[in-house]
Structures are given as structure tokens and as C-alpha cells.
Ligand binder design. Structure first.
Ligand code: SF4
Length: 107
């Protein structure tokens, strides 16, 4: 079994890697942090709504400072919304805003 570390921020990139036989599976860690719903959005036909990782290393910097890891694309969004859990610094949310598909597509 072969694993490959790559910046596969698009499903098409992952598919191409698999089709070329370069790996048996492809991980998408940063993309999954940037948008935990990315696969579901693509599967339901909302790929245009995927919040794409910009490979800024913001999350890596937090990790290296032993801080709770979040993504710069969403950690300052609606931090005052009810029920939002904040990081220990009180400035960043720990999970992205939730995404719900239109009712017709909800599983
Ligand atoms: S913080 Fe930057 S590198 Fe990390 S997941 Fe978000 S966009 Fe990608």
C-alpha cells in the first residue's frame, strides 16, 4: 500500500493521483481542516461552495506554537454566535460554521 502526501485541495487532483497509480489513497488534511464538509459538498453537487485551503501555513504555525489548531478561513467568523466554542485565547472558534445543504439534498 502506498500513501502520498500532496497538496490535494481538489477532488480532481486526488483522483488523478489515484488513476496514475501513484498512491493507494490520498489524504487531504489541510483541505479537511479548511472545510470539513468538502467531500459532502462535492458529492451533493455543491463543489463550488467548497472553502478551499489556501496553504497559508497559519494552522501549522499555531501547531508549532502548541496552540489549538484552527483555520484562518473561518476561525474569526461569527465568534459571538450562540454555542460557538472558542480556543483558549478566546479569539478564535474551534470549529467552522456549520453547513447544511438545501432541504431537497439533505441526506
Ligand atoms: S489555515 Fe491556511 S493552510 Fe491551514 S487549512 Fe486553513 S487555509 Fe489551509
Amino acid at each position: 500500500m502506498a500513501a502520498r502526501a500532496a497538496r490535494a485541495a481538489r477532488l480532481e487532483q486526488a483522483e488523478e493521483i489515484l488513476e496514475r497509480g501513484e498512491a493507494d489513497f490520498v489524504g487531504a488534511a489541510r483541505q479537511s481542516l479548511a472545510d470539513p464538509d468538502w467531500f459532502r459538498k462535492v458529492r451533493l453537487g455543491y463543489g463550488h461552495l467548497v472553502r478551499r485551503c489556501e496553504f497559508t501555513n497559519y494552522c501549522e504555525g499555531l501547531d508549532q506554537q502548541h496552540k489549538q489548531v484552527t483555520c484562518k478561513l473561518w476561525d474569526r467568523v461569527d465568534v459571538d454566535a450562540p454555542g460557538v466554542r472558542l480556543a483558549r485565547d478566546g479569539k478564535r472558534r474551534l470549529a467552522p460554521p456549520s453547513w447544511t445543504p438545501p432541504k431537497a439534498d439533505a441526506p
